[in-house]
Design a protein. Structure first.
Length: 434
């Protein structure tokens, strides 16, 4: 099997060994659960009893998805607070009764007898979003203007972020759901093939996936072995690695006939269509030097970071930074009582030895950041334009195309805060429409 890759990128230690072989454990917290309403509005009232899988919030517009309770209990509060988004938003707090009584899920039955719009409607109603981190509503991705123009669906099993192994364990342990999810997508897009991209450090996953593919699939589900490199999992890189198609600046994968979905999202799609289950749980990797018992946990959405960390024997005294997601593109957590949400793929605890506090110095014009950038940008130039507030020039240098992967910052010998300044410029431009 030919191993595929993209241009540029970096090779970094994967630090996955502590959880690579750890099977997924189910963790049910007995504490209160918090559900942030970032793009939804509550449809329950204080004092109301809710069940597992019950809708508790509706989308604010037709581009959003509903939110569901992952526990049974009483709505304790609806309050504005800051979770880890850095903004005040409404949160529904549910007092857990630890009974986990579930609504009667209504499965649509045999998906092969369903119309495409029925399946997409079920996916929307299940509250499914991309579980790779961006949390973009899945039904929108699966609703291109022309279904027949889509000839490639890529399932992202690269999991290129260091430490994270949740997707790998899903591919090894939930192989059937991934392949069945692929078949559902083939039913939606009859002219497409499904490509499952997996990095070559995950051979057991490749083996398990290949075993599950049936001759009846007609060769339309194909495993692609990718060279282990960061950021292989970025969708534009995946498309180039697997299909050698380049997504133009300002365009989307669907413009080159592709749709990309994370393996966790595929599992959620399979469950929604075959059992009617809403997206109320996900697998997260809990790791880092600040965790004595690292694990891959299936947690209910709304569980606090604190409860997850306690379950994994968190070394609170030595931990100086906690990251939601991966170390390259994740977000620092300030409040450990904040909840696990749909886009959280990992909880990483770092001690002083694992965190660099080097002061930045002047750029030495080494061009390492330029060579590493998978988007072929000039991070050193964008850094200076952001510092000088030259946002029009920043746009002209295609700064808005930056995927914020962190490769430039990681490799910079001067420890320049490249991604930080680029992210600031993108935010300002987005707010002011420069």
């Amino acid at each position: 099997m030919k191993k595929l890759t993209f241009r540029s990128g970096i090779h970094i230690p994967n630090n996955k060994v502590r959880t690579y072989s750890k099977k997924i454990e189910v963790f049910n917290s007995d504490k209160d659960f918090v559900f942030p309403m970032k793009s939804t509005v509550p449809c329950v009232e204080i004092g109301e009893r809710v069940l597992v899988g019950q809708r508790i919030a509706e989308p604010i517009d037709n581009k959003g998805v509903p939110a569901h309770s992952s526990i049974s209990g009483i709505v304790k509060a609806i309050e504005r607070k800051d979770v880890f988004f850095g903004e005040l938003i409404e949160n529904i707090v549910i007092k857990n009764d630890n009974k986990f009584e579930t609504v009667n899920y209504n499965s649509s039955g045999n998906y092969k007898s369903l119309l495409a719009q029925e399946i997409i409607g079920d996916i929307k109603n299940a509250g499914i979003v991309g579980l790779g981190g961006a949390a973009f509503p899945t039904f929108l991705k699966l609703s291109p203007p022309n279904i027949n123009a889509i000839d490639a669906i890529i399932i992202n099993g690269a999991e290129c972020e260091p430490y994270l192994t949740c997707d790998y364990r899903l591919m090894v342990e939930n192989t059937h759901e991934i392949i069945e999810g692929a078949r559902i997508l083939l039913h939606l897009f009859p002219y497409a093939k499904v490509y499952i991209g997996v990095e070559d450090d995950k051979m057991e996953a490749i083996t398990q996936l290949e075993k599950m593919i049936s001759p009846s699939d007609g060769g339309k589900i194909i495993i692609k072995k990718l060279i282990t490199k960061y950021p292989q999992g970025y969708e534009k890189n995946l498309i180039y690695s697997i299909l050698e198609r380049e997504v133009p600046v300002g365009k989307l994968p669907l413009d080159v006939g592709c749709i990309v979905q994370n393996v966790g999202t595929i599992v959620a799609i399979c469950r929604a269509i075959t059992t009617g289950e809403a997206l109320i749980r996900r697998v997260v990797t809990v790791s880092g030097a600040g965790v004595r018992a690292p694990k891959n946990l299936e947690v209910r959405l709304g569980t606090s970071f604190r409860e997850v960390l306690k379950y994994c024997d968190w070394n609170e005294d030595d931990t100086i930074k906690i990251i939601a997601g991966g170390p390259m593109m994740g977000s620092a957590i300030i409040d450990i009582d904040a909840p696990i949400t749909k886009g959280v793929s990992g909880v990483l605890c770092f001690t002083k030895d694992a965190v660099s506090f080097s002061l930045q110095s002047n750029c030495i014009r080494c061009s390492k950041c330029v060579n590493a950038c998978p988007m072929y940008l000039l991070p050193n130039m964008l850094n200076q334009l952001s510092i000088r507030n030259k946002y029009a020039d920043f746009k002209n240098y295609n700064g808005m195309s930056c995927m914020e992967c962190g490769s430039c910052t990681y490799i910079c010998p001067s420890k320049r805060h490249l991604v930080q300044t680029i992210r600031k410029a993108k935010f300002v431009i987005g707010q002011t429409r420069v």
